[in-house]
Design a protein around this ligand. Sequence first.
Ligand SMILES: [Zn+2]
Length: 210
Amino acid sequence: MFIELVDTLRCPVAHEESWLVAAADRMDARHIMAGKLGCPVCAAEYPIMNGVVDFRRDAATPSARLAPPDTEVALRLAALLDLSDSHGFAVLLGAWGNHAITLSDIVDVPLLVIDPPQEIAGSPGVSVIRCDGALPLAMGAARATAIDTASEARVASAVRATRAGGRVVAPANTPVPADVSELARDDELWVGEKSAAPSPLVTLHVRRGQ
Ligand SMILES: [Zn+2]
């Protein structure tokens, strides 16, 4: 887990949004390889082993299927997610994690890979977390997000974690959420842009009888 990404992680337990306190037992090139994250609100602790942060309550949660990395897919993903500079970080969910190492060779953006195939480990530029509920990320933290699932709750959680104006890529059979405007689609995928946060409702004072 890249130390700079720890600030964007949030306790997934249902309470007020809280950052997490990192305790590192072993570091490698600014990545926490072993240690834990602790929540100051509910005192939950999340272990970091082999660089992977584990937020799961049920370790038996199935993970995505392993597939060979594909440079063509990684290049396409870099373009769709608009990863042309090094600002921020991008999130890859599930099976997209198969292409994370290849993608990180192409772009300078740190990658946060969530619930990839079991065999995918972290490496410089690629941080891995496992979770079985809402994504443990601050609202609007990610610059772009690639979604691999049609699960409505997970899609909503992933879009919430994406900044306004950030790219979202998802399988074509995933309904486009209301807060994403679709930019393009083909038979496999759609790409959209997260809408700006809605402004607070304006109260209209209607004058009558004048
Ligand atoms: Zn907590």
